[in-house]
Design a protein around this ligand. Structure first.
Ligand SMILES: [Zn+2]
Length: 226
């Protein structure tokens, strides 16, 4: 009997781990993981970063590409956030602390984490994001409860770029480019030098191949702010 119980427990753990960890499964939280319209969208997580974010903004500006930035509340520099917003990009909520223990947090703590980030953003740009991206793509039943209470929309991704892991620019670029198709939401991080180096080539590839890079609210037909 003990063995049977162990096996049941193990299977249960695996289901929970996968359900909470793989955003595409939509297991506990219904995330939007791809767009329904033509084109693709760029999203940048974990900023704003005082060194990388302004350079990302420069190159997006140059190519007239509008992206979405899922910012971490405690990293917000008001001037930089104003710049992101005033240059026509969308701002999303990525919690206040981006805590490593986010998967085990209570619903109340999650609401606090999300609200603290929302308040900081509202303080600066005068409106509150509707889009939320869970740190590490973790989606637990408690996240579902928190987001329902806050009436916010979880945004996942179609294509994780692995820009925080891959060190070879050419390999990274090829991997991303080979997977771009209509509806793709690409996950980048505006904290990495490699991202700065590959984004211009990815934009050039899109332009050459008629792939439109559109703002996330356009791609998914949703309002980004309350
Ligand atoms: Zn993150």
């Amino acid at each position: 009997l003990y063995t049977v119980l162990c096996i049941i427990f193990l299977l249960f753990s695996v289901v929970i781990a996968f359900g909470a960890g793989l955003i595409q499964l939509n297991y506990f939280v219904k995330s939007i993981n791809k767009g329904s319209n033509k084109g693709i969208s760029f999203t940048f997580d974990d900023g704003p970063d005082s060194s990388i974010t302004p350079q990302i903004l420069d190159l997006l500006n140059k190519e007239n590409v509008k992206a979405t930035f899922f910012v971490i509340g405690k990293k917000i520099d008001p001037n930089l956030l104003i710049r992101i917003h005033s240059e026509g990009h969308t701002i999303g909520n990525h919690t206040f602390n981006h805590s490593r223990t986010i998967a085990s947090m209570s619903t109340t703590s999650l609401i606090k984490e999300i609200n603290a980030c929302a308040e900081k953003i509202t303080e600066v740009i005068g409106k509150s994001p509707q889009f939320f991206r869970p740190p590490y793509g973790v989606t637990t039943p408690r996240f579902n409860r928190a987001l329902k209470q806050l009436k916010m929309q979880s945004i996942g991704w179609t294509l994780r770029s692995f820009d925080t892991v891959e060190k070879n620019e050419t390999v990274l670029k090829k991997k991303i480019i080979s997977k771009l198709k209509n509806g793709t939401i690409v996950l980048f991080h505006d904290t990495q030098t490699i991202t700065l180096n590959i984004v211009p080539d990815i934009i050039a590839h899109c332009k050459e191949n008629g792939i439109k890079i559109v703002p996330l609210p356009t791609l998914i037909n949703a309002d980004p702010y309350v």
